[in-house]
Design a protein around this ligand. Sequence first.
Ligand code: FMN
Ligand code: SF4
Length: 577
Amino acid sequence: MVHVAPSSHLPRLTSKDEFLAFADQATQRWDELWAGDKVVVSVGVGSSSIAKGALDVLARCRQELGNSAVVREVSGNGAFWMEPWIEVKHPGAPPVVYGPLSTNDVPGVLTGARQDLAVGVRGDTAHNGIPPLNEHPFFKGQHQLLLRNSGVIEPDSIEDAIARGAYRGYFKVLFEMSQEEAIAEVTTAQVRGRGGGGFPAGVKWESGRKARATPKFVACNSHEGEPNVYKDRHLHESDPHRILEGILIACIACGAERGYNYIGGEYPLGIRRFRKAVADAERLGLIGKNILGSGKNVAFRVRTGGGAYICGEASAMMYSVMGVRGQPRTKPPRSVEEGLWKRPTVANNTETLANVPDIIVNGGEWYAKLGTENSKGTKLMTNQGPMNRMGVVEVEMGMTLNSLFNDIFGGMREGYTFKGVQTGGVSAGPLTKDHLDIPVDFDSLGDVGGMLGSGGWVIFDESVCVVDFARYLTAFNRYESCSKCVPCRLGNPALVEILDRIRFGRGTLDDLALIKRTSKHVIELSLCGLGQVAPVPLLGMIEHYEEEFRRHIVDHVCPTGTCPISATEPAPALAAD
Ligand SMILES: Cc1cc2nc3c(=O)[nH]c(=O)nc-3n(C[C@H](O)[C@H](O)[C@H](O)COP(=O)(O)O)c2cc1C
Ligand code: SF4
Protein backbone atom coordinates (compact mmCIF):
# COMPACT_ATOMS: atom_id res chain seq x y z
CA MET A 1 0.00 0.00 0.00
CA VAL A 2 1.33 3.44 -0.92
CA HIS A 3 1.54 5.68 2.13
CA VAL A 4 0.74 9.30 1.45
CA ALA A 5 1.68 11.67 4.26
CA PRO A 6 -0.57 14.58 5.21
CA SER A 7 0.62 18.15 4.86
CA SER A 8 2.58 18.80 8.05
CA HIS A 9 1.43 22.42 8.47
CA LEU A 10 -2.22 21.49 8.95
CA PRO A 11 -3.59 22.00 12.47
CA ARG A 12 -5.91 19.60 14.28
CA LEU A 13 -9.37 21.10 14.54
CA THR A 14 -11.39 20.07 17.56
CA SER A 15 -14.52 22.19 17.40
CA LYS A 16 -16.96 23.66 14.91
CA ASP A 17 -15.65 27.17 15.62
CA GLU A 18 -12.12 26.06 14.82
CA PHE A 19 -13.34 24.65 11.52
CA LEU A 20 -15.14 27.87 10.64
CA ALA A 21 -12.03 29.92 11.49
CA PHE A 22 -9.89 27.58 9.37
CA ALA A 23 -12.35 27.92 6.48
CA ASP A 24 -12.17 31.72 6.76
CA GLN A 25 -8.37 31.59 6.63
CA ALA A 26 -8.47 29.29 3.61
CA THR A 27 -10.83 31.66 1.81
CA GLN A 28 -8.63 34.63 2.64
CA ARG A 29 -5.53 32.78 1.40
CA TRP A 30 -7.39 31.94 -1.84
CA ASP A 31 -8.52 35.52 -2.40
CA GLU A 32 -5.03 36.84 -1.72
CA LEU A 33 -3.53 34.42 -4.22
CA TRP A 34 -5.63 35.89 -7.02
CA ALA A 35 -5.40 39.51 -5.88
CA GLY A 36 -1.66 39.42 -5.15
CA ASP A 37 1.15 41.09 -7.05
CA LYS A 38 2.77 37.88 -8.24
CA VAL A 39 2.16 36.11 -11.53
CA VAL A 40 0.18 32.90 -10.93
CA VAL A 41 0.74 30.06 -13.38
CA SER A 42 -1.39 26.93 -13.18
CA VAL A 43 -0.57 23.79 -15.17
CA GLY A 44 -3.28 21.19 -15.86
CA VAL A 45 -1.83 17.83 -14.79
CA GLY A 46 -3.97 14.71 -15.20
CA SER A 47 -3.54 11.21 -16.63
CA SER A 48 -4.33 12.36 -20.14
CA SER A 49 -2.19 15.52 -20.12
CA ILE A 50 0.76 13.68 -18.56
CA ALA A 51 0.70 11.40 -21.59
CA LYS A 52 1.08 14.51 -23.73
CA GLY A 53 3.95 16.04 -21.77
CA ALA A 54 2.23 18.13 -19.06
CA LEU A 55 4.88 17.28 -16.47
CA ASP A 56 7.59 18.60 -18.79
CA VAL A 57 5.55 21.75 -19.29
CA LEU A 58 5.21 22.11 -15.50
CA ALA A 59 8.97 21.65 -15.04
CA ARG A 60 9.67 24.22 -17.76
CA CYS A 61 7.37 26.75 -16.07
CA ARG A 62 9.21 26.22 -12.78
CA GLN A 63 12.56 26.53 -14.51
CA GLU A 64 11.58 29.75 -16.31
CA LEU A 65 9.93 31.43 -13.33
CA GLY A 66 11.82 30.26 -10.25
CA ASN A 67 10.45 32.08 -7.19
CA SER A 68 9.29 35.07 -9.17
CA ALA A 69 5.82 33.57 -9.65
CA VAL A 70 3.46 31.11 -8.04
CA VAL A 71 3.44 27.89 -10.08
CA ARG A 72 0.54 25.56 -9.28
CA GLU A 73 -0.14 21.95 -10.25
CA VAL A 74 -3.87 21.78 -10.88
CA SER A 75 -5.71 18.92 -12.57
CA GLY A 76 -6.94 18.69 -16.13
CA ASN A 77 -10.18 20.61 -16.74
CA GLY A 78 -11.84 17.90 -18.84
CA ALA A 79 -10.79 19.46 -22.16
CA PHE A 80 -8.33 16.81 -23.29
CA TRP A 81 -8.20 18.35 -26.76
CA MET A 82 -6.36 21.43 -25.47
CA GLU A 83 -3.78 19.59 -23.37
CA PRO A 84 -1.18 20.30 -22.24
CA TRP A 85 -2.50 23.68 -21.14
CA ILE A 86 -1.37 26.36 -18.76
CA GLU A 87 -3.21 29.26 -17.24
CA VAL A 88 -1.35 32.52 -16.69
CA LYS A 89 -2.62 35.27 -14.44
CA HIS A 90 -0.79 38.58 -14.41
CA PRO A 91 -1.51 41.02 -11.57
CA GLY A 92 -4.57 43.11 -12.37
CA ALA A 93 -5.61 40.91 -15.31
CA PRO A 94 -7.85 37.81 -15.46
CA PRO A 95 -6.32 34.33 -15.84
CA VAL A 96 -5.84 33.31 -19.48
CA VAL A 97 -5.71 29.66 -20.57
CA TYR A 98 -3.29 28.61 -23.35
CA GLY A 99 -3.11 25.26 -25.12
CA PRO A 100 -2.29 22.86 -26.52
CA LEU A 101 1.37 23.75 -26.11
CA SER A 102 4.78 22.17 -26.00
CA THR A 103 7.62 22.94 -23.60
CA ASN A 104 9.16 25.17 -26.26
CA ASP A 105 6.03 27.31 -26.32
CA VAL A 106 6.25 28.01 -22.57
CA PRO A 107 8.63 31.04 -22.62
CA GLY A 108 6.55 32.75 -25.32
CA VAL A 109 3.32 32.15 -23.44
CA LEU A 110 4.80 33.46 -20.18
CA THR A 111 6.07 36.66 -21.81
CA GLY A 112 2.78 37.19 -23.63
CA ALA A 113 4.35 36.75 -27.08
CA ARG A 114 2.24 33.69 -27.97
CA GLN A 115 -1.31 35.06 -27.75
CA ASP A 116 -2.14 32.82 -30.73
CA LEU A 117 -2.20 29.90 -28.24
CA ALA A 118 -4.82 31.56 -26.00
CA VAL A 119 -8.05 29.56 -25.74
CA GLY A 120 -9.98 31.74 -23.32
CA VAL A 121 -10.14 33.87 -20.22
CA ARG A 122 -11.30 32.36 -16.94
CA GLY A 123 -14.05 34.80 -16.04
CA ASP A 124 -17.14 36.28 -17.63
CA THR A 125 -15.66 39.00 -19.80
CA ALA A 126 -13.22 39.06 -22.68
CA HIS A 127 -9.73 40.45 -22.15
CA ASN A 128 -7.45 41.88 -24.85
CA GLY A 129 -9.67 40.29 -27.48
CA ILE A 130 -9.53 36.85 -25.84
CA PRO A 131 -13.07 35.57 -25.21
CA PRO A 132 -14.21 33.95 -21.95
CA LEU A 133 -13.40 30.24 -21.80
CA ASN A 134 -17.03 29.60 -20.92
CA GLU A 135 -18.05 30.82 -24.36
CA HIS A 136 -16.00 28.15 -26.09
CA PRO A 137 -18.43 25.57 -27.56
CA PHE A 138 -16.85 22.84 -25.41
CA PHE A 139 -17.74 24.68 -22.20
CA LYS A 140 -20.76 26.73 -23.28
CA GLY A 141 -23.29 23.88 -23.21
CA GLN A 142 -21.98 22.46 -19.95
CA HIS A 143 -23.51 22.88 -16.52
CA GLN A 144 -20.61 22.30 -14.16
CA LEU A 145 -21.38 21.40 -10.57
CA LEU A 146 -19.10 18.43 -9.99
CA LEU A 147 -16.45 19.82 -12.31
CA ARG A 148 -16.50 23.37 -11.03
CA ASN A 149 -13.14 22.92 -9.27
CA SER A 150 -11.66 20.90 -12.08
CA GLY A 151 -8.51 22.60 -13.32
CA VAL A 152 -9.05 25.39 -10.79
CA ILE A 153 -7.95 24.07 -7.39
CA GLU A 154 -4.78 22.18 -6.59
CA PRO A 155 -6.19 18.71 -5.85
CA ASP A 156 -3.47 18.16 -3.22
CA SER A 157 -4.53 21.25 -1.30
CA ILE A 158 -7.31 20.82 1.26
CA GLU A 159 -7.18 24.58 1.81
CA ASP A 160 -8.01 25.21 -1.87
CA ALA A 161 -10.93 22.79 -1.63
CA ILE A 162 -12.23 24.33 1.59
CA ALA A 163 -11.86 27.83 0.17
CA ARG A 164 -14.12 26.70 -2.68
CA GLY A 165 -16.77 25.30 -0.34
CA ALA A 166 -15.66 21.75 0.55
CA TYR A 167 -16.95 20.19 3.77
CA ARG A 168 -19.77 22.74 4.20
CA GLY A 169 -22.34 19.98 3.56
CA TYR A 170 -20.51 17.67 5.96
CA PHE A 171 -20.51 20.45 8.56
CA LYS A 172 -24.29 20.80 8.19
CA VAL A 173 -24.83 17.08 8.59
CA LEU A 174 -22.56 16.98 11.65
CA PHE A 175 -24.08 19.93 13.47
CA GLU A 176 -27.31 21.17 11.94
CA MET A 177 -29.30 18.21 10.61
CA SER A 178 -30.60 14.89 11.83
CA GLN A 179 -29.87 11.74 9.85
CA GLU A 180 -33.47 11.73 8.64
CA GLU A 181 -33.26 15.35 7.46
CA ALA A 182 -30.06 14.68 5.52
CA ILE A 183 -31.56 11.65 3.81
CA ALA A 184 -34.76 13.60 3.09
CA GLU A 185 -32.72 16.12 1.07
CA VAL A 186 -31.15 13.32 -0.98
CA THR A 187 -34.59 11.80 -1.51
CA THR A 188 -36.11 15.15 -2.53
CA ALA A 189 -33.23 15.68 -4.95
CA GLN A 190 -34.25 12.41 -6.66
CA VAL A 191 -30.63 11.75 -7.47
CA ARG A 192 -30.31 8.35 -9.16
CA GLY A 193 -27.26 6.10 -9.04
CA ARG A 194 -24.60 7.06 -11.58
CA GLY A 195 -22.97 3.61 -11.61
CA GLY A 196 -25.27 2.48 -14.42
CA GLY A 197 -28.41 1.22 -12.70
CA GLY A 198 -30.06 4.53 -11.84
CA PHE A 199 -31.40 3.38 -8.48
CA PRO A 200 -32.62 6.30 -6.27
CA ALA A 201 -29.88 7.08 -3.75
CA GLY A 202 -32.29 8.39 -1.09
CA VAL A 203 -34.19 5.09 -1.03
CA LYS A 204 -30.95 3.14 -0.61
CA TRP A 205 -29.71 5.44 2.14
CA GLU A 206 -32.99 5.17 4.04
CA SER A 207 -32.79 1.34 3.91
CA GLY A 208 -29.22 1.62 5.20
CA ARG A 209 -30.24 3.91 8.02
CA LYS A 210 -33.12 1.64 9.03
CA ALA A 211 -31.07 -1.57 8.92
CA ARG A 212 -30.76 -2.80 12.47
CA ALA A 213 -27.49 -4.76 12.41
CA THR A 214 -24.30 -2.94 13.30
CA PRO A 215 -21.65 -1.89 12.51
CA LYS A 216 -22.70 -0.38 9.18
CA PHE A 217 -20.52 0.68 6.29
CA VAL A 218 -20.57 2.93 3.23
CA ALA A 219 -18.64 1.76 0.18
CA CYS A 220 -17.92 4.11 -2.70
CA ASN A 221 -17.60 2.25 -5.98
CA SER A 222 -14.77 3.92 -7.90
CA HIS A 223 -13.73 0.85 -9.81
CA GLU A 224 -14.70 2.09 -13.28
CA GLY A 225 -13.55 -0.99 -15.16
CA GLU A 226 -15.44 -0.34 -18.39
CA PRO A 227 -13.10 0.13 -21.32
CA ASN A 228 -14.55 3.47 -22.41
CA VAL A 229 -15.31 5.50 -19.30
CA TYR A 230 -13.01 7.78 -17.31
CA LYS A 231 -15.30 10.17 -15.46
CA ASP A 232 -14.59 8.80 -11.96
CA ARG A 233 -10.87 8.88 -12.69
CA HIS A 234 -11.22 12.54 -13.60
CA LEU A 235 -13.15 13.30 -10.40
CA HIS A 236 -10.44 11.66 -8.29
CA GLU A 237 -7.72 13.56 -10.07
CA SER A 238 -9.47 16.93 -10.01
CA ASP A 239 -11.55 17.18 -6.83
CA PRO A 240 -10.89 14.29 -4.43
CA HIS A 241 -12.32 16.16 -1.43
CA ARG A 242 -15.72 16.33 -3.13
CA ILE A 243 -15.85 12.53 -3.29
CA LEU A 244 -14.55 12.13 0.25
CA GLU A 245 -17.10 14.62 1.58
CA GLY A 246 -19.92 12.75 -0.17
CA ILE A 247 -18.83 9.47 1.43
CA LEU A 248 -18.48 11.05 4.88
CA ILE A 249 -21.95 12.61 4.61
CA ALA A 250 -23.37 9.20 3.64
CA CYS A 251 -21.66 7.64 6.68
CA ILE A 252 -23.18 10.15 9.10
CA ALA A 253 -26.62 10.04 7.44
CA CYS A 254 -26.81 6.24 7.39
CA GLY A 255 -25.15 5.73 10.78
CA ALA A 256 -22.11 3.97 9.30
CA GLU A 257 -18.95 4.01 11.36
CA ARG A 258 -16.57 3.39 8.47
CA GLY A 259 -16.38 4.53 4.87
CA TYR A 260 -14.49 2.82 2.06
CA ASN A 261 -13.46 3.96 -1.37
CA TYR A 262 -12.67 1.14 -3.78
CA ILE A 263 -10.61 2.59 -6.63
CA GLY A 264 -9.53 0.87 -9.83
CA GLY A 265 -5.82 0.00 -9.57
CA GLU A 266 -5.28 1.42 -13.06
CA TYR A 267 -5.65 4.94 -11.68
CA PRO A 268 -2.34 5.63 -9.86
CA LEU A 269 -2.66 9.41 -9.98
CA GLY A 270 -6.29 9.35 -8.81
CA ILE A 271 -5.37 6.95 -6.00
CA ARG A 272 -2.47 9.10 -4.88
CA ARG A 273 -4.47 12.32 -4.91
CA PHE A 274 -7.38 10.66 -3.11
CA ARG A 275 -5.10 9.17 -0.44
CA LYS A 276 -3.62 12.62 0.08
CA ALA A 277 -7.13 14.03 0.54
CA VAL A 278 -7.90 11.37 3.18
CA ALA A 279 -4.59 11.95 4.98
CA ASP A 280 -5.18 15.72 5.13
CA ALA A 281 -8.81 15.35 6.22
CA GLU A 282 -7.67 12.96 8.98
CA ARG A 283 -4.98 15.38 10.06
CA LEU A 284 -7.48 18.23 10.24
CA GLY A 285 -9.82 16.12 12.34
CA LEU A 286 -12.58 15.65 9.75
CA ILE A 287 -12.16 11.86 9.99
CA GLY A 288 -11.74 9.95 13.24
CA LYS A 289 -13.33 10.09 16.67
CA ASN A 290 -15.46 12.94 18.00
CA ILE A 291 -15.17 14.84 14.72
CA LEU A 292 -14.88 18.59 15.42
CA GLY A 293 -16.32 17.89 18.86
CA SER A 294 -19.61 16.64 17.41
CA GLY A 295 -19.47 13.33 19.27
CA LYS A 296 -19.64 11.53 15.88
CA ASN A 297 -17.05 9.04 14.67
CA VAL A 298 -16.14 7.94 11.15
CA ALA A 299 -13.10 5.90 10.14
CA PHE A 300 -11.96 5.70 6.52
CA ARG A 301 -10.15 3.19 4.33
CA VAL A 302 -9.00 3.26 0.70
CA ARG A 303 -8.89 -0.04 -1.19
CA THR A 304 -7.60 -0.56 -4.71
CA GLY A 305 -8.66 -3.12 -7.29
CA GLY A 306 -6.49 -5.40 -9.38
CA GLY A 307 -8.12 -4.72 -12.74
CA ALA A 308 -11.01 -7.22 -13.02
CA TYR A 309 -14.09 -5.56 -14.50
CA ILE A 310 -16.39 -7.78 -12.46
CA CYS A 311 -15.04 -6.22 -9.24
CA GLY A 312 -17.18 -3.17 -10.08
CA GLU A 313 -20.34 -5.23 -9.52
CA ALA A 314 -21.31 -4.17 -6.00
CA SER A 315 -21.31 -7.59 -4.29
CA ALA A 316 -18.03 -8.60 -6.01
CA MET A 317 -16.55 -5.25 -5.00
CA MET A 318 -17.36 -5.98 -1.38
CA TYR A 319 -15.58 -9.34 -1.50
CA SER A 320 -12.61 -7.61 -3.06
CA VAL A 321 -12.63 -4.95 -0.32
CA MET A 322 -12.59 -7.77 2.23
CA GLY A 323 -9.57 -9.30 0.53
CA VAL A 324 -11.50 -12.21 -0.97
CA ARG A 325 -11.77 -13.15 -4.66
CA GLY A 326 -14.23 -10.71 -6.27
CA GLN A 327 -17.24 -12.66 -7.51
CA PRO A 328 -20.89 -11.60 -7.46
CA ARG A 329 -23.32 -13.43 -5.24
CA THR A 330 -27.03 -14.14 -5.51
CA LYS A 331 -29.44 -11.63 -3.96
CA PRO A 332 -31.26 -11.34 -1.62
CA PRO A 333 -29.93 -10.47 0.84
CA ARG A 334 -29.16 -7.08 -0.66
CA SER A 335 -25.91 -5.35 0.29
CA VAL A 336 -27.82 -2.81 2.27
CA GLU A 337 -28.82 -5.70 4.57
CA GLU A 338 -25.72 -7.90 4.28
CA GLY A 339 -22.71 -6.31 2.62
CA LEU A 340 -19.18 -5.94 3.96
CA TRP A 341 -18.56 -8.51 6.70
CA LYS A 342 -22.25 -9.40 6.38
CA ARG A 343 -23.21 -6.04 7.82
CA PRO A 344 -25.46 -3.36 6.24
CA THR A 345 -23.49 -1.55 3.55
CA VAL A 346 -24.62 1.35 1.40
CA ALA A 347 -22.78 1.16 -1.92
CA ASN A 348 -22.85 4.08 -4.31
CA ASN A 349 -20.95 5.16 -7.36
CA THR A 350 -18.36 7.94 -7.07
CA GLU A 351 -20.39 10.40 -9.14
CA THR A 352 -23.55 9.71 -7.13
CA LEU A 353 -21.72 10.55 -3.91
CA ALA A 354 -19.95 13.54 -5.45
CA ASN A 355 -23.39 15.11 -6.02
CA VAL A 356 -24.30 14.91 -2.35
CA PRO A 357 -22.35 17.86 -0.85
CA ASP A 358 -24.13 20.35 -3.13
CA ILE A 359 -27.49 18.71 -2.43
CA ILE A 360 -27.00 19.11 1.31
CA VAL A 361 -25.78 22.70 1.03
CA ASN A 362 -28.36 23.93 -1.50
CA GLY A 363 -31.25 21.58 -0.71
CA GLY A 364 -32.87 18.71 -2.56
CA GLU A 365 -35.44 21.00 -4.20
CA TRP A 366 -32.70 23.07 -5.82
CA TYR A 367 -31.18 19.92 -7.31
CA ALA A 368 -34.51 18.51 -8.47
CA LYS A 369 -35.03 21.59 -10.65
CA LEU A 370 -32.13 20.46 -12.83
CA GLY A 371 -32.57 17.81 -15.51
CA THR A 372 -35.71 16.02 -16.65
CA GLU A 373 -38.84 14.63 -15.02
CA ASN A 374 -37.25 11.29 -14.12
CA SER A 375 -33.54 12.04 -14.39
CA LYS A 376 -32.52 14.91 -12.17
CA GLY A 377 -29.30 16.85 -12.03
CA THR A 378 -26.29 16.81 -14.27
CA LYS A 379 -24.32 13.92 -15.73
CA LEU A 380 -20.64 13.46 -16.44
CA MET A 381 -20.02 12.22 -19.99
CA THR A 382 -16.89 10.97 -21.70
CA ASN A 383 -16.26 10.26 -25.37
CA GLN A 384 -14.01 8.07 -27.48
CA GLY A 385 -13.64 7.92 -31.23
CA PRO A 386 -12.69 10.24 -34.07
CA MET A 387 -14.32 13.41 -32.74
CA ASN A 388 -12.87 16.91 -32.79
CA ARG A 389 -12.93 17.45 -29.05
CA MET A 390 -12.24 14.66 -26.59
CA GLY A 391 -12.75 14.83 -22.87
CA VAL A 392 -14.98 14.75 -19.80
CA VAL A 393 -17.95 17.10 -19.70
CA GLU A 394 -20.83 17.74 -17.33
CA VAL A 395 -24.21 18.52 -18.85
CA GLU A 396 -27.73 18.79 -17.56
CA MET A 397 -29.72 15.59 -18.02
CA GLY A 398 -31.97 15.84 -21.06
CA MET A 399 -29.51 17.33 -23.56
CA THR A 400 -29.87 15.64 -26.95
CA LEU A 401 -27.15 13.37 -28.29
CA ASN A 402 -26.90 15.76 -31.24
CA SER A 403 -25.97 18.72 -29.03
CA LEU A 404 -23.59 16.61 -26.99
CA PHE A 405 -21.77 15.17 -29.98
CA ASN A 406 -21.84 18.07 -32.39
CA ASP A 407 -21.87 21.22 -30.23
CA ILE A 408 -19.75 20.12 -27.29
CA PHE A 409 -17.54 17.39 -28.74
CA GLY A 410 -17.35 19.30 -32.03
CA GLY A 411 -18.60 16.58 -34.39
CA MET A 412 -16.53 14.11 -36.40
CA ARG A 413 -12.95 14.86 -37.35
CA GLU A 414 -12.34 15.68 -40.99
CA GLY A 415 -12.26 12.55 -43.11
CA TYR A 416 -14.49 10.50 -40.77
CA THR A 417 -18.21 9.84 -41.24
CA PHE A 418 -20.42 9.00 -38.28
CA LYS A 419 -21.73 5.45 -38.38
CA GLY A 420 -22.98 4.90 -34.83
CA VAL A 421 -22.37 5.19 -31.14
CA GLN A 422 -21.90 2.37 -28.67
CA THR A 423 -23.81 3.20 -25.47
CA GLY A 424 -23.79 1.85 -21.94
CA GLY A 425 -20.19 0.65 -22.01
CA VAL A 426 -20.28 -3.04 -22.86
CA SER A 427 -23.83 -3.49 -21.59
CA ALA A 428 -26.18 -2.02 -24.21
CA GLY A 429 -26.70 -1.71 -27.90
CA PRO A 430 -25.46 0.91 -30.35
CA LEU A 431 -27.51 3.81 -31.67
CA THR A 432 -27.42 5.19 -35.19
CA LYS A 433 -27.77 8.67 -36.70
CA ASP A 434 -31.55 8.23 -36.58
CA HIS A 435 -31.38 8.35 -32.78
CA LEU A 436 -29.42 11.55 -32.29
CA ASP A 437 -32.45 13.66 -31.34
CA ILE A 438 -33.02 11.55 -28.25
CA PRO A 439 -32.44 13.24 -24.91
CA VAL A 440 -29.70 11.81 -22.74
CA ASP A 441 -31.36 10.53 -19.59
CA PHE A 442 -31.93 7.25 -17.78
CA ASP A 443 -35.11 6.24 -19.62
CA SER A 444 -35.21 7.63 -23.19
CA LEU A 445 -32.14 5.76 -24.43
CA GLY A 446 -33.44 2.48 -23.07
CA ASP A 447 -36.56 2.81 -25.21
CA VAL A 448 -34.44 2.36 -28.36
CA GLY A 449 -32.05 -0.29 -27.06
CA GLY A 450 -29.35 2.06 -25.79
CA MET A 451 -28.41 2.93 -22.23
CA LEU A 452 -27.07 5.95 -20.38
CA GLY A 453 -24.96 3.66 -18.18
CA SER A 454 -21.94 5.49 -16.85
CA GLY A 455 -22.09 8.12 -19.58
CA GLY A 456 -19.30 6.80 -21.81
CA TRP A 457 -19.89 7.19 -25.56
CA VAL A 458 -17.86 5.31 -28.14
CA ILE A 459 -18.45 6.99 -31.47
CA PHE A 460 -17.52 4.86 -34.44
CA ASP A 461 -17.15 5.83 -38.07
CA GLU A 462 -17.70 4.16 -41.43
CA SER A 463 -14.28 2.48 -41.32
CA VAL A 464 -15.33 0.37 -38.32
CA CYS A 465 -16.65 -3.12 -39.06
CA VAL A 466 -19.66 -3.82 -36.83
CA VAL A 467 -18.96 -7.58 -36.79
CA ASP A 468 -15.46 -6.92 -35.58
CA PHE A 469 -16.67 -4.33 -33.07
CA ALA A 470 -19.38 -6.69 -31.79
CA ARG A 471 -16.70 -9.34 -31.37
CA TYR A 472 -14.56 -6.92 -29.32
CA LEU A 473 -17.47 -6.11 -27.01
CA THR A 474 -18.50 -9.76 -26.62
CA ALA A 475 -14.90 -10.86 -26.10
CA PHE A 476 -14.50 -8.22 -23.39
CA ASN A 477 -17.37 -9.79 -21.48
CA ARG A 478 -15.94 -13.25 -22.12
CA TYR A 479 -12.54 -12.30 -20.69
CA GLU A 480 -14.09 -10.47 -17.77
CA SER A 481 -16.61 -13.17 -16.85
CA CYS A 482 -15.76 -14.43 -13.36
CA SER A 483 -16.74 -17.97 -14.47
CA LYS A 484 -18.97 -18.57 -11.48
CA CYS A 485 -22.07 -19.54 -13.47
CA VAL A 486 -22.37 -21.75 -16.54
CA PRO A 487 -24.47 -19.63 -18.95
CA CYS A 488 -22.00 -16.75 -18.82
CA ARG A 489 -18.87 -18.88 -18.61
CA LEU A 490 -19.78 -20.99 -21.66
CA GLY A 491 -22.27 -18.78 -23.50
CA ASN A 492 -19.95 -15.84 -24.10
CA PRO A 493 -17.12 -17.92 -25.58
CA ALA A 494 -19.71 -19.60 -27.82
CA LEU A 495 -20.84 -16.21 -29.11
CA VAL A 496 -17.25 -15.16 -29.77
CA GLU A 497 -16.70 -18.42 -31.63
CA ILE A 498 -19.70 -17.78 -33.88
CA LEU A 499 -18.52 -14.23 -34.56
CA ASP A 500 -15.06 -15.51 -35.45
CA ARG A 501 -16.65 -17.94 -37.87
CA ILE A 502 -18.40 -15.01 -39.54
CA ARG A 503 -15.23 -12.87 -39.53
CA PHE A 504 -13.33 -15.65 -41.24
CA GLY A 505 -16.01 -16.01 -43.90
CA ARG A 506 -17.29 -19.33 -42.65
CA GLY A 507 -20.60 -18.18 -41.19
CA THR A 508 -24.04 -19.23 -42.33
CA LEU A 509 -27.37 -17.45 -42.05
CA ASP A 510 -28.29 -19.99 -39.37
CA ASP A 511 -25.58 -18.40 -37.24
CA LEU A 512 -27.69 -15.26 -36.84
CA ALA A 513 -30.50 -17.37 -35.37
CA LEU A 514 -27.98 -19.27 -33.25
CA ILE A 515 -26.61 -15.99 -31.86
CA LYS A 516 -30.11 -14.94 -30.84
CA ARG A 517 -30.88 -18.31 -29.22
CA THR A 518 -27.58 -18.47 -27.33
CA SER A 519 -27.94 -14.86 -26.23
CA LYS A 520 -31.40 -15.56 -24.83
CA HIS A 521 -29.97 -18.28 -22.58
CA VAL A 522 -27.06 -16.12 -21.42
CA ILE A 523 -29.33 -13.16 -20.67
CA GLU A 524 -32.03 -15.12 -18.88
CA LEU A 525 -29.94 -17.59 -16.91
CA SER A 526 -26.82 -15.70 -15.84
CA LEU A 527 -26.37 -14.88 -12.20
CA CYS A 528 -25.27 -11.24 -12.32
CA GLY A 529 -25.51 -8.09 -14.38
CA LEU A 530 -22.45 -8.93 -16.46
CA GLY A 531 -23.93 -12.07 -18.01
CA GLN A 532 -27.46 -10.68 -18.05
CA VAL A 533 -26.46 -7.98 -20.53
CA ALA A 534 -23.29 -9.38 -22.13
CA PRO A 535 -24.94 -10.29 -25.48
CA VAL A 536 -26.94 -7.04 -25.73
CA PRO A 537 -24.30 -5.05 -27.69
CA LEU A 538 -24.06 -7.89 -30.21
CA LEU A 539 -27.83 -8.16 -30.58
CA GLY A 540 -28.00 -4.39 -31.09
CA MET A 541 -25.31 -4.49 -33.77
CA ILE A 542 -27.28 -7.16 -35.62
CA GLU A 543 -30.51 -5.20 -35.25
CA HIS A 544 -29.09 -1.97 -36.64
CA TYR A 545 -26.52 -3.29 -39.11
CA GLU A 546 -27.89 -6.66 -40.21
CA GLU A 547 -27.01 -6.01 -43.83
CA GLU A 548 -23.30 -5.78 -42.92
CA PHE A 549 -23.48 -9.14 -41.10
CA ARG A 550 -25.15 -10.63 -44.19
CA ARG A 551 -22.42 -9.28 -46.46
CA HIS A 552 -19.90 -11.24 -44.38
CA ILE A 553 -22.02 -14.39 -44.42
CA VAL A 554 -23.56 -14.40 -47.90
CA ASP A 555 -20.97 -12.56 -49.98
CA HIS A 556 -17.94 -13.44 -47.83
CA VAL A 557 -16.98 -9.79 -47.87
CA CYS A 558 -16.08 -7.45 -45.04
CA PRO A 559 -17.13 -4.05 -46.48
CA THR A 560 -14.58 -2.14 -44.38
CA GLY A 561 -11.75 -4.56 -45.06
CA THR A 562 -11.24 -5.14 -41.33
CA CYS A 563 -12.03 -8.83 -40.93
CA PRO A 564 -9.72 -11.67 -41.92
CA ILE A 565 -11.87 -12.31 -44.99
CA SER A 566 -10.67 -10.08 -47.79
CA ALA A 567 -12.61 -6.91 -48.50
CA THR A 568 -12.67 -7.64 -52.19
CA GLU A 569 -12.08 -11.33 -52.77
CA PRO A 570 -14.41 -14.07 -51.55
CA ALA A 571 -12.91 -16.37 -48.91
CA PRO A 572 -11.84 -19.77 -50.21
CA ALA A 573 -14.44 -22.51 -49.88
CA LEU A 574 -13.94 -24.59 -46.79
CA ALA A 575 -13.83 -28.30 -46.51
CA ALA A 576 -16.83 -29.70 -44.66
CA ASP A 577 -16.46 -28.22 -41.19
C1 FMN B 1 -20.23 -6.16 -14.35
C2 FMN B 1 -20.59 -4.94 -13.60
C3 FMN B 1 -19.65 -3.93 -13.40
C4 FMN B 1 -19.98 -2.79 -12.69
N1 FMN B 1 -19.03 -1.84 -12.53
C5 FMN B 1 -19.32 -0.73 -11.81
C6 FMN B 1 -18.34 0.27 -11.59
O1 FMN B 1 -17.19 0.17 -12.05
N2 FMN B 1 -18.69 1.36 -10.85
C7 FMN B 1 -19.94 1.49 -10.31
O2 FMN B 1 -20.21 2.47 -9.62
N3 FMN B 1 -20.89 0.58 -10.51
C8 FMN B 1 -20.61 -0.53 -11.23
N4 FMN B 1 -21.58 -1.49 -11.39
C9 FMN B 1 -22.88 -1.27 -10.75
C10 FMN B 1 -22.83 -1.68 -9.28
O3 FMN B 1 -23.15 -3.06 -9.19
C11 FMN B 1 -23.83 -0.90 -8.41
O4 FMN B 1 -25.09 -0.95 -8.99
C12 FMN B 1 -23.44 0.57 -8.23
O5 FMN B 1 -22.12 0.71 -7.76
C13 FMN B 1 -24.38 1.20 -7.21
O6 FMN B 1 -24.12 2.57 -7.11
P1 FMN B 1 -25.17 3.66 -7.65
O7 FMN B 1 -26.52 3.28 -7.12
O8 FMN B 1 -24.68 4.95 -7.07
O9 FMN B 1 -25.11 3.64 -9.14
C14 FMN B 1 -21.28 -2.64 -12.13
C15 FMN B 1 -22.23 -3.64 -12.34
C16 FMN B 1 -21.89 -4.77 -13.06
C17 FMN B 1 -22.93 -5.82 -13.25
S1 SF4 C 1 -22.90 -13.87 -14.93
FE1 SF4 C 1 -20.73 -14.09 -15.45
S2 SF4 C 1 -19.68 -12.57 -14.24
FE2 SF4 C 1 -21.72 -12.82 -13.33
S3 SF4 C 1 -21.50 -14.40 -11.76
FE3 SF4 C 1 -22.03 -15.47 -13.64
S4 SF4 C 1 -20.04 -16.02 -14.54
FE4 SF4 C 1 -19.64 -14.44 -13.02
